[in-house]
Write a protein that binds this ligand. Structure first.
Ligand SMILES: Cc1cc2nc3c(=O)[nH]c(=O)nc-3n(C[C@H](O)[C@H](O)[C@H](O)COP(=O)(O)O)c2cc1C
Ligand SMILES: C=C(O[C@@H]1CC(C(=O)O)=C[C@@H](OP(=O)(O)O)[C@H]1O)C(=O)O
Length: 362
């Protein structure tokens, strides 16, 4: 079983990730890990914090001579911003609607939501991407690649090859990914990317924020990952839980997703006429198992909750009406969330692959 834990707060000394269950013999390149971390951290719409951090890390166990050893892997990531926060304390008395502040304060009995915000913050997703890197390297050995791209931000939609083609065609997936990597918002349509940047600027000027939708594809995933025999072994359930756990994600669709509900069965199912299907409406998963087609999912991220032009809230100490707390924040982080989703998908698929193939060394 591949499992991981993370610890650390957004403005504390740093983050710790422990990944357990990795077999020995997986190649590890620190440069590649650093590049994965910077793919997550950067992007148009991210706030000033992204330029403060450089995601300097240290792998303190589980890797020797550039290969995993089979022992738990521990990665420590520094928060450079810690130095700026040291000795300072900024309480959050008026919870930001949409952030974890209010329910977190109620749950843990705080009048100041700062301790909630510190751990709820998506800074934690840097530790997930560190774990995801190792999962990606294991998948790479099995010929599987996980890629992502953004399809919309606010009401700006990318003009892309048809959904049918995106879900079915591996070459299209790689092509879209390559283009997305060149875009500051991680959108393969470079004209739409420009418009996306413009509405992000507009939102920033108004003290507002944006969300959007991205897609993740796992290319060349073998058939038989996951199982129908029990609810928590179903691959689609495992993938959607993993992606839904990313802060801000409010919807996950596999394959055609919600649209499939509007079709006749004859149009919805992927006809079996040989080893490969003509369509991939199922997003590569039937009966909770991968079916040998590309695994394909889509996720919706809500707009960032911290608004510089804050919404009404209350003071937790008095319950009197006031405006929500405002502080430095991202305006839009959909491209970053897509990178985190790649990691979460890779971790689920690597776990499922190890269930199938086992092995202490690869
Ligand atoms: C990469 C990334 C960056 C984020 N940046 C911010 C941010 O700067 N400000 C903010 O208020 N929320 C940000 N969020 C979203 C919040 O962390 C999230 O909305 C909050 O934890 C509440 O969780 P929920 O939206 O899942 O309910 C970010 C999320 C991700 C994935
Ligand atoms: C630090 C990261 O994301 C943070 C996620 C986040 C939130 O509330 O989720 C709030 C912001 O933190 P700060 O208030 O320090 O600017 C983001 O920058 C990161 O992704 O590395």
């Amino acid at each position: 079983m591949l499992r991981f834990l993370t610890a650390g707060e957004s403005h504390g000394k740093g983050l710790v990730a422990i990944l357990e269950g990795m077999p020995a013999g997986i190649d590890v390149y620190e440069k590649e890990l650093l590049s994965e971390l910077s793919r997550r951290r950067k992007g148009y719409g991210r706030g000033k914090r992204a330029n403060i951090e450089d995601d300097e890390f240290e792998i303190i166990s589980g890797v020797s001579n550039g290969k995993t050893t089979g022992a738990p892997i521990a990665v420590v990531l520094k928060n450079k911003d810690y130095e700026n926060w040291k000795g300072k304390y900024v309480p959050i008395f008026s919870p930001r609607p949409g952030h974890a502040d209010y329910p977190g304060a109620l749950k843990y009995g705080f009048k100041d939501a700062r301790p909630v915000a510190e751990r709820a913050s998506a800074r934690e997703t840097a530790a997930r991407v560190a774990c995801g890197y190792f999962a990606k390297k294991l998948l790479e050995k099995a010929g599987v690649r996980v890629v992502s791209w953004v399809i919309s931000i606010g009401e700006i939609f990318a003009n892309l090859p048809s959904e049918e083609e995106r879900m079915k065609d591996e070459k299209t997936a790689f092509y879209l990914f390559e283009l997305a990597e060149k875009s500051e918002v991680r959108c393969p349509d470079l004209t739409a990317s420009q418009k996306m940047k413009e509405i992000i600027d507009e939102a920033r000027e108004k003290g507002d924020t944006l969300g959007g939708v991205f897609e993740v594809a796992a290319v060349n995933a073998p058939a038989g990952l996951g199982s129908f025999v029990h609810w928590d072994r179903r691959l689609d359930a495992r993938l959607s839980t993993a992606v839904m756990s990313i802060p801000g994600i409010k919807g996950v669709e596999i394959g055609l997703g919600f649209k499939v509900a509007n079709l006749f069965g004859s149009k919805a199912q992927d006809i079996i006429g040989g080893e490969k299907r003509l369509t991939n409406n199922a997003g590569g998963i039937e009966g909770g198992m991968s079916n040998g087609e590309m695994i394909f999912l889509r996720a919706a991220m809500k707009p960032i909750p911290t608004l510089q032009n804050p919404l009404p809230s209350v003071d937790l100490r008095t319950m009197e009406k006031t405006l929500a707390h405002a502080e430095r924040s991202d305006v839009c982080a959909v491209g970053s969330a897509a990178v985190v989703a790649e990691s979460m998908v890779a971790l689920v698929l690597a776990d499922a692959l190890l269930e199938e193939r086992g092995g202490s060394r690869w």
